[in-house]
Design a protein around this ligand. Structure first.
Ligand SMILES: Cc1cc2nc3c(=O)[nH]c(=O)nc-3n(C[C@H](O)[C@H](O)[C@H](O)COP(=O)(O)OP(=O)(O)OC[C@H]3O[C@@H](n4cnc5c(N)ncnc54)[C@H](O)[C@@H]3O)c2cc1C
Length: 250
């Protein structure tokens, strides 16, 4: 029996029927929470099957030869606005939530997230994973700056929640920032907590312009031939996070 068939059989036994669909013939898993995604990731490790994480997938749609033998993990059911804390200036959203809708909901609390006003028609998880960024007064303004915490399913199937909602949290490296950008190769962003600001600040971001998204720059840092110290560390992180290679570069 093929590895993928073995995995699909195990998925059928472990999860309710509607979690698995076939999108243009590619088996696609729709987790409803971190626990379900973690269960799939553990099975993928056990069966040796590669996975591809997808949000809205308008540009990278997991179809065709390169995805043969793989399973796609789609975030369409992780699409809730989970919490808005106006007094503590943070908002928690599912990885499959549309980024552009966030400000519509934050408005009733008189709050605002700059990147939700950009013309990025994708999910919160996709925006963080692709390292969405803007330019404001000649300065780079990455979405990462506002990511203060996340719930992540690691490639091995562990669930981690790096970061904190406090105003001062870490004195060393802020681990949650590693995931932006990460292009779906370091784990699944199930939910993301953003630092948000009073909507009176909106005027300060009026001239902000979205930057082009650069996948090649990130992949270049994972290329074995790249000897830069940052690239060496990127590869080390990836091999620690995903020792069995269940989230391959496609
Ligand atoms: C190379 C490239 C360049 C692009 N350039 C631009 C641009 O300049 N401007 C623009 O507006 N749009 C750009 N897009 C389009 C953008 O991808 C689309 O807006 C798309 O619909 C975004 O959907 P999404 O955010 O749900 O992410 P997807 O397209 O579904 O995924 C994008 C990447 O993020 C990863 N990912 C998605 N969700 C998660 C998650 N929850 N956890 C972990 N990883 C996740 C995926 O594995 C994939 O690698 C670009 C897309 C690509 C692939």
């Amino acid at each position: 029996m093929s590895k993928l068939k073995q995995l699909l059989e195990a998925v059928g036994q472990e999860f309710p029927d509607d979690r698995l669909t076939y999108q243009k013939s590619v088996p696609t898993f729709h987790p409803e929470n971190a626990r379900e995604a973690a269960g799939l990731f553990r099975l993928a490790n056990k069966c040796g099957v590669g996975m591809f994480i997808t949000g809205f997938g308008n540009n990278v749609d997991p179809v065709g030869e390169s995805f043969a033998g793989m399973i796609s993990v789609r975030t369409d059911r992780l699409n809730r606005l989970i919490e808005v804390a106006p007094e503590d200036f943070f908002a928690v959203v599912g990885g499959g939530y549309p980024l552009r809708e966030l400000n519509l909901n934050l408005a009733e609390h008189r709050l605002y997230l700059p990147h939700s006003d950009l013309p990025y028609v994708g999910s919160v998880g996709g925006a963080v994973a692709t390292g969405l960024s803007a330019t404001l007064f000649d300065h780079l303004l990455p979405i990462r700056k506002y990511v203060i915490k996340a719930e992540i399913v690691m490639p091995t199937g562990e669930i981690i929640t790096p970061g904190s909602v406090c105003f001062k949290s870490v004195s060393g490296y802020d681990i949650v920032k590693i995931f932006s950008p990460s292009w779906g190769l370091f784990g699944l962003l199930v939910s993301v907590t953003f630092r948000v600001m009073p909507d009176s600040a909106r005027v300060e971001y009026a001239t902000m312009v979205q930057n082009a998204i650069d996948r090649e720059a990130f992949l270049g840092s994972l290329d074995e031939a790249n000897g830069d110290i940052d690239a060496v560390y990127s590869r080390k992180i990836r091999s620690k996070f995903d020792p069995d290679g269940v989230l391959p570069i496609v």
